[in-house]
Design a protein. Structure first.
Lengths: 111, 112
């Protein structure tokens, strides 16, 4: 069964605005990761948050994790046209050996 | 430069052909993965490897096979391609730890 579910499926904003994407998952995790995928390309790792962390920052990215609600959010501040991509959350299982990806949120940032 | 490579990037072939999708990484990672992704959809893990001579099936049933004879090389083979195999195939590697994965650019396969 699918572990991660992103919400919304698609998001369209103007440059300079903030973009928030959410991810829900079903089972216990060791860590949760966010990836970006530009059209037709492979995924790029953005940020990892461990199960004992509640918030993490990296540049314009802010990730939160609520293990009690089994949910995470990714905030991109001051969006740029270059942020246009699909964003996926990924959760691990026991032993860290594999990841399960959600369906992703497609973000469109217009100039 | 440490990286992960996939060839070919695009492949269009006829039904029944045998194909091998290549994946190589120069990062020295032990773990490698193959995912299948349809446009706009999630990634499905089809094979993974913990290291040389280790291969495991993923969550998605697949008619493909893999081998891991060298650390840096993890090819995926389809013995007889069918239109249902049309998809994008992504290769990834990780050094273990927290399993942050590094992805190749993908191979977009079309089977006619």
């Amino acid at each position: 069964s699918q572990q991660g579910e992103e919400d919304p499926q698609a998001l369209s904003i103007q440059e300079g605005e903030n973009a928030t994407m959410n991810c829900s998952y079903k089972t216990s995790i060791n860590n949760l990761q966010w990836y970006r995928q530009n059209s037709g390309r492979g995924l790029v790792h953005l940020i990892l948050i461990r199960s004992n962390e509640r918030e993490k920052h990296s540049g314009r990215l802010r990730v939160t994790l609520d293990t009690s609600k089994k949910s995470s959010s990714l905030l991109i501040t001051a969006s740029r046209a270059a942020d246009t991509a699909s964003y996926f959350c990924a959760t691990d299982g026991e032993g860290y050996s594999t990841l399960t990806f959600g369906k992703g949120t497609m973000l469109l940032v217009s100039p | 430069e440490a990286d992960i490579y996939q060839t070919p990037r695009y492949l269009v072939i006829g039904t029944g052909k045998k194909i091998t999708l290549e994946c190589s990484q120069t990062m020295g990672h032990d773990k490698m993965y193959w995912y299948q992704q349809d446009p706009g959809m999630e990634l499905h893990l089809i094979h993974y490897s913990y290291g040389v001579n280790s291969t495991e099936k993923g969550d998605l049933s697949s008619e493909s096979t893999v081998s891991r004879i060298r650390t840096e090389h993890f090819p995926l083979t389809l013995e007889s391609a069918r239109p249902s195999h049309t998809s994008q195939y992504l290769c990834a590697s990780s050094d273990g730890g927290y399993n942050e994965q590094f992805f190749g650019p993908g191979t977009r396969l079309t089977v006619l």
